[in-house]
Design a protein around this ligand. Sequence first.
Ligand code: FES
Length: 157
Amino acid sequence: MRKKSVSSDSTTKAEISVDRLTGRVITRRGFIQTASAVTAGTILTQRHLAAEMAHSGTENMVSMNLTINGQKHQLSLDSRTTLLDALREHLDLTGAKKGCDHGQCGACTVLCNDRRVNSCLMLAASAQGDEITTIEGLAKGDELHPVQQAFVDCDGF
Ligand code: FES
């Protein structure tokens, strides 16, 4: 982008940029307006989905059997429930964290059949028949898993 300063009609200086690909002029105000509209749209969409899930009643309920840390659990959850929400909100396993909720930060990582997965991107219903291991299930009794021990030894956060 190329930037230059120009005077607008109201005699104040405004910084504008020209998009080299499209040739369109982008003003700071235009950029902020677009960013605000996108943010508002995202928030409204998330609220709409949350409200829809809250009012869906038993319409989307699915009975599922999950094996978490070697224990079998039978749950009846909305079919759209992520594995992360099932762990945290229905099984009180809060070791996996909800960071970005978009598969980018890794705070929700669990093992699924000994392979790491982002539980925020995985539906709980699709984990049926899999062996899920959370951070709570790594230790063997009082003996910490080497990764847990490394966090303790290095004051890991
Ligand atoms: S919460 Fe960030 S990757 Fe899942």
